[in-house]
Design a protein. Sequence first.
Length: 260
Amino acid sequence: MSTPPLLIPPAAIGAAFLLLPTVGLLIRVPWSGLREIFADSGVTQALRLSIQCSLSAAGISLVLGVPLAWVLARSRLPFTQILRAGVALPLVLPPVAGGVALYLAFGRFGVLGQYLDRWFGFTLPFTTNGVIAAETFVSMPFLVVAVEGALRGAGHAQEEAAATLGASPARVFWTVTVPAVAPSIVSGLVLCWARALGEFGATITFNGSLAGVTKTMPIAVSQALEDSPQAAEALSLVLLLIALAVLVGLRQRWLHAVSA
């Protein structure tokens, strides 16, 4: 089917609007000076911290998010709808508001944080663990939504057959359910990790910017815009390449989902 002529101009403007910032970044990046920029201890520190925290957040999301997705998809409890809305809330919550909410929950005087501090001497704000908590908060819903959708679409026939043959619920889950939704777990996990890697608002609101402790790549980019624009461009390039790799890696998965 040919494209209606009236759609071409707005489509071209929309594509240009979305692509031009990326093109501008690629043009302006100081390619010849990248080695010197990445040799700076502050830049490498931010890179290392971002990778460490985002991988930790993805791991926590995997351990907690898959069981949560199963409960949302298969449970018939009366509060499931409310729980589903609450789990998805970080997807639409402004990041700064998410950081404030985290502080009110886990800060030294927060709903839970005051007891963690009083009983165990454990605090989250302005620590690397706090960064992981903030990144997990904003990224886990991506994994939960992806896996829940797959669980809802998967049939129950194989699970029921395994149960009929005497398999325990745990064995059915690990040997039948998980393999059936494994592609969605992988794609959701990658999206979760990418979101954690790029998290800025909730992280800086909840943890501030302490070099080597809470200063991740997005925070370093924001601060470098004032002091060292070339470093900001280089760090932005890293985030861009990671985002591009995620899109390319998940392209076949998305195309399959659209065509199914």
